[in-house]
Design a protein around this ligand. Structure first.
Ligand code: SF4
Length: 327
């Protein structure tokens, strides 16, 4: 049995918290005009200050600017520059910046090793509730983005947000939609199953998704999704260790990016890798770091990105071996 559970040593850079959508459960966004935009020199200072050699992934997570906004070009060019900067300093960017135009996705492919966008749920009824003020959350638009990434051969992370008003059958429909897209393009490396977890900034006051249901949903996802997709669960939102272990037993194999702050759920601090190892290793699992791109996709990258990935892989392998010696 493969007993390996992976995580990605990561750091999150936020170009802007401003977002033209207003999802009711959001704990991230700020109103347009209220936030500062991260300057390139500040981004550089942050990246140069990262002392943990293990960090390979820089998650570039941004609030969205409308596709037709006059501010769009400036917003996008800043994101591109931050990706280029992260690459030049030896990190591997993974962008998650919302809905993209075809030409934007093409450009991001050149400076990211993978991209991400949560499908969340495909039922249109959420457009009348939690997504009533979120034009980017039209299900067809998000499905189109997943298809586009497949067409462009971009390794991709997507996922479901659980407990925002969907039924069990609707969850399965969302999983089936991802499975169909994967059969067409084969680019989805991970699916995150994210339980809605109340934060202090949101407007949505439904209770937290019941964690005791999560292992069963992991098992359902494992049945529906092709084996080529790894199931990820976020350990900071699974506050009960026994449930985390049950999720692994049900088929989850990845714990996602572990960075100092979960910018999407800032009220839920990420446990360290050492803390997680203490939970899962007594049960027979082995926690290992990974890169933000899975090896089967290396050949999809440009040769310059492949070189950077291989260099980082070597560093990670050396660090993992020396950690094992220390254990
Ligand atoms: S969840 Fe994402 S798209 Fe929705 S308001 Fe928050 S930042 Fe914007």
């Amino acid at each position: 049995m493969n007993n390996q559970i992976t995580y990605s040593p990561a750091y999150t850079i936020v170009p802007t918290y401003e977002c033209f959508n207003r999802c009711d459960y959001c704990n991230f966004r700020k109103d347009i005009g209220s936030d500062f935009t991260l300057s390139i020199s500040d981004a550089k200072d942050i990246l140069l200050g990262l002392s943990n050699q293990e960090i390979s992934e820089i998650l570039i997570l941004s609030g969205e600017v409308a596709l037709n906004s006059p501010q769009r070009d400036e917003w996008f060019s800043r994101i591109l520059k931050i990706c280029e900067l992260a690459l030049s300093l030896g990190f591997l960017p993974h962008g998650n910046v919302g809905i993209l135009k075809y030409s934007e996705m093409e450009q991001l492919k050149e400076v990211n090793v993978s991209l991400g966008l949560m499908l969340e749920q495909i039922t249109p009824k959420l457009l009348e509730t939690v997504h009533k003020n979120a034009p980017s959350k039209v299900p067809e638009l998000r499905i189109q983005q997943l298809e586009l990434a497949g067409k462009l051969q971009i390794p991709f992370t997507t996922g479901l947000l659980l407990g925002i008003g969907e039924t069990e059958a609707e969850r399965e429909e969302s999983l089936n939609a991802i499975a169909e897209i994967q059969q067409r393009w084969g680019h989805i490396q991970e699916v995150i199953l994210q339980p809605h977890s109340q934060g202090t900034q949101q407007n949505y006051h439904n209770p937290n998704f019941s964690l005791s249901e999560l292992p069963r949903i992991v098992a359902t996802a494992r049945k529906i999704l092709p084996d080529t997709i790894t199931i990820q669960v976020p350990p900071n939102l699974i506050t009960q260790p026994n449930i985390l272990l049950e999720c692994l037993d049900a088929g989850a194999r990845d714990l996602g990016g572990i960075s100092p702050i979960d910018e999407v759920n800032p009220d839920y601090i990420h446990p360290t890798a050492q803390f997680l190892a203490k939970i899962i290793e007594p049960a027979g699992w082995k926690l290992i770091p990974r890169l933000p791109i899975y090896p089967q996709y290396y050949s999809w990258l440009s040769s310059s990105l492949q070189q950077k990935v291989k260099a980082k892989e070597k560093v990670l392998r050396t660090l993992s071996q020396s950690n094992q010696v220390l254990h």
